[in-house]
Ligand binder design. Structure first.
Ligand SMILES: N[C@@H](CCC(=O)N[C@@H](CS)C(=O)NCC(=O)O)C(=O)O
Length: 214
């Protein structure tokens, strides 16, 4: 089983965290998204060029999309943390939170992050303002949730927490949320979680190499 990913990519980190939670072995292939030749080569594997991407040659399966990769390993590898509960109603709630964190935290975070790297004259202030507004809404929603809950699903650690960790870690840098004390405490719990601590440790040397500065 081969995982194509990049250690600093937020969606890759979500999946790496899940692999570490499940103690699931894999062969790693790092895709350098900043290098055109590497991107072109990778498009032969996955024409959309997005990471993460899981190749399971023994089953002739190719699994794109972070959520679907986690669904795959959670079903096929019973070890470690169960990331999607068997109960269908609980599973639906995990998927709902995973979707919201991807679409309304990770995506606007990426918009702000990459807009900041665009040259003057090609920036998109309107899009960035919209992204910040979306994040503000999610911060308010999550602040209420984490006033009551340890993890996204209460006491149960799940795929939704894997989605939350890298998205919030980067969101904190581009649109800080220190005023939201429960959300800040939740990110603190996530960074202490051994799976995410490992993801961050492995990403650190690549961060400077990829983006040039911390
Ligand atoms: N919905 C996808 C999003 C994946 C994604 O956008 N990955 C980014 C890196 S964090 C990427 O590959 N960007 C390069 C590109 O879009 O060409 C998932 O959940 O896996």
């Amino acid at each position: 089983m081969k995982l194509y990913y990049n250690p600093v990519s937020s969606y890759s980190q979500k999946v790496m965290m899940a692999f570490y939670e499940k103690e699931c072995p894999f062969e790693s292939v790092i895709v350098n998204l900043m290098d055109q030749a590497s991107r072109d080569e990778y498009r032969k594997v996955y024409p959309l060029g997005k990471v993460p991407f899981l190749d399971v040659p023994e089953k002739s399966w190719q699994v794109p999309e972070s959520t679907i990769i986690i669904e795959y390993i959670d079903r096929h590898f019973p070890g470690g943390t169960k990331l999607i509960p068997d109960d269908p109603d609980l599973a639906r709630q995990v998927r709902m939170r995973d979707r919201m964190l991807d679409l309304y935290v990770n995506e606007p975070m990426g918009k702000i992050f990459f807009d900041g790297r665009r040259p003057e004259g090609s920036k998109d202030p309107h899009g960035v303002a919209q992204a910040k507004e979306r994040l503000n809404g999610m911060y308010a929603l999550l602040e209420g949730e984490f006033a009551k809950n340890t993890w996204a699903m209460g006491d149960i650690f799940s795929m939704a927490d894997c989605a939350a960790a890298p998205a919030l870690q980067y969101a904190r840098m581009v649109h800080p949320f220190e005023g939201h004390k429960h959300l800040t405490a939740y990110l603190g719990r996530l960074t202490e979680r051994p799976s995410f601590a490992r993801v961050l440790k492995e990403a650190a040397p690549h961060f400077v190499a990829t983006f040039g500065a911390k």
